[in-house]
Design a protein around this ligand. Structure first.
Ligand code: SF4
Ligand code: SF4
Length: 428
């Protein structure tokens, strides 16, 4: 695509990056078929190609309106279009730039500003979110059904193994996950302990930065990124082999830390090293096959295991490009996976999208749950806390992180017992 960026942007770092991305697009339209919002709305301006045109026009100096903002806001940043694109257009990076510029040019209504500010400030604060969630659980019975369904019941984490191995890795604690499902990182710690690796969490590390970043609070997001780099660096210097992330949405952000802080001389080198060390938990477990397979062989009890529908989050398949890794691990652990049609489509969670675009989000969840439940599973497994909470609010099936299923097979932990009893309850 030929471009002629306006003087106010063309020689800036954002302009140069956007221009390089725009020039790769050849207008072929292959991406339209895999775009969830185009599938739902049928409007070219709600497709990747349409949004690329809108951003190109804006960067070339055309007037920007709230209409432009609406079409960019409706994008889930699921990046299915990147997986489909034959020209390697990095749409996710482009839309981050485009959204920030639209916001600078047209602003937001006071209500929109307020709710985005609240989300950007409240969700990443672990203590604040945990207190709000505890209160929500207390009064769940008197809340409107739609709100009550969003509140996950408390999940006991089970024991976190004492660090006893020479091999160490650091887990991203995150922001909402420790309150919503502390069982996930604890299960990861038990699985890695069985594989000869001690997993620790670093005090001082918290939100990965993704939530504020995608709400256009990019400076807030970078403050979280820097705090994590500072908290993890002593562990890296002490020999930690990896930064392990159990939420695939956060994993895509941590792997991008090098780019995000490339212009900060105090952090650029350390952030780049952290990004190199970042691993989704599935990568770490899959790389330990030699130790894993004998454990699974010893433990497998396929007849007792529930049938599982695996929802592969967009961040796992389009962001991290880890297609099929979790599915192979679950199958080898003895779980029967039920078929899921249109697995490339987003479930509608997408960070805060379910709160900011509730109608589209619900329609996407309805379609996703239809696909997930069509094979008569006894539970749904996923790899991202946002998808887990979003799907759980729309189904009576238990929704768990896949590492909790593997934990059951390897360590026979209490969380594993819960896997079985929940799947039995959902059948009765
Ligand atoms: S990121 Fe997802 S929703 Fe956005 S344009 Fe691409 S495919 Fe469509
Ligand atoms: S598939 Fe890629 S090159 Fe084709 S229109 Fe979409 S973004 Fe552009």
């Amino acid at each position: 695509m030929q471009t002629q960026l306006a003087d106010w942007i063309k020689d800036t770092p954002r302009g140069l990056e956007a221009d390089a991305i725009l020039r790769r697009c050849v207008h072929c339209g292959f991406c339209l078929a895999t775009c969830p919002t185009y599938n739902l709305l049928g409007d070219e301006l709600d497709s990747p190609r349409g949004r690329i045109y809108l951003m190109k026009q804006m960067l070339e100096g055309a007037a920007v309106t709230r209409r432009t903002q609406l079409h960019l806001d409706r994008c889930l940043t699921c990046r299915a279009c990147e997986t489909t694109c034959p020209s390697g257009v990095e749409y996710g990076k482009l839309v981050d730039i485009g959204r920030a510029i639209v916001e600078e040019k047209v602003g937001r209504t006071p209500w929109d500003r307020l709710r985005r500010w609240l989300l950007a400030r409240a969700l990443p604060r672990r203590g604040l979110f945990a207190a709000a969630l505890a209160l929500g659980r207390l009064v769940r019975g008197v809340l409107p059904a739609a709100l009550a369904r969003r509140i996950l019941p408390r999940r006991e984490p089970g024991a976190w193994p004492e660090p006893r191995h020479a091999r160490r890795m650091v887990a991203l604690a995150g922001c909402v996950q420790p309150a919503m499902a502390p069982s996930i990182n604890a299960a990861a710690a038990r699985v890695l302990d069985a594989l000869g690796v001690s997993l620790v969490e670093a005090p001082g590390a918290g939100c990965c930065g993704a939530l504020p970043f995608h709400l256009d609070y990019q400076q807030d997001a970078l403050a979280y990124v820097r705090a994590n780099v500072d908290a993890w660096w002593p562990h890296v210097e002490a020999g930690a082999e990896a930064i392990v992330v159990t939420a695939s949405g956060c994993g895509t952000t941590v792997k991008d830390y090098g780019r995000l802080l490339r212009d900060d001389p105090a952090y650029a080198a350390r952030a780049a090293r952290i990004a190199e060390l970042a691993r989704d938990i599935s990568e770490v477990v899959a790389a330990a096959r030699e130790k894993l397979d004998p454990l699974l062989h010893k433990a497998a009890r396929p007849a007792e295991l529930p049938r599982v529908a695996f929802q592969s989050p967009c961040s796992l398949q389009h962001g991290l490009r880890l297609n099929g890794v979790v599915e192979a691990l679950l199958r080898d652990a003895g779980y029967a996976l039920t078929p899921v049609a249109d697995a490339h489509l987003c479930c509608g969670s997408a960070g805060t999208y379910s709160l900011l675009q509730p109608d589209l989000s619900r329609r996407l969840r309805r379609d996703k749950l239809c696909a997930l439940e069509s094979g008569d599973p006894q539970l749904i497994a996923t790899a991202n806390i946002g998808c887990l909470a979003h799907l759980a609010a729309g189904t009576s099936l238990p929704v768990l992180h896949w590492i909790e299923l593997l934990d059951q097979q390897i360590s026979g932990s209490e969380s594993g017992a819960r896997v079985r009893s929940q799947s039995r309850e959902s059948e009765s």
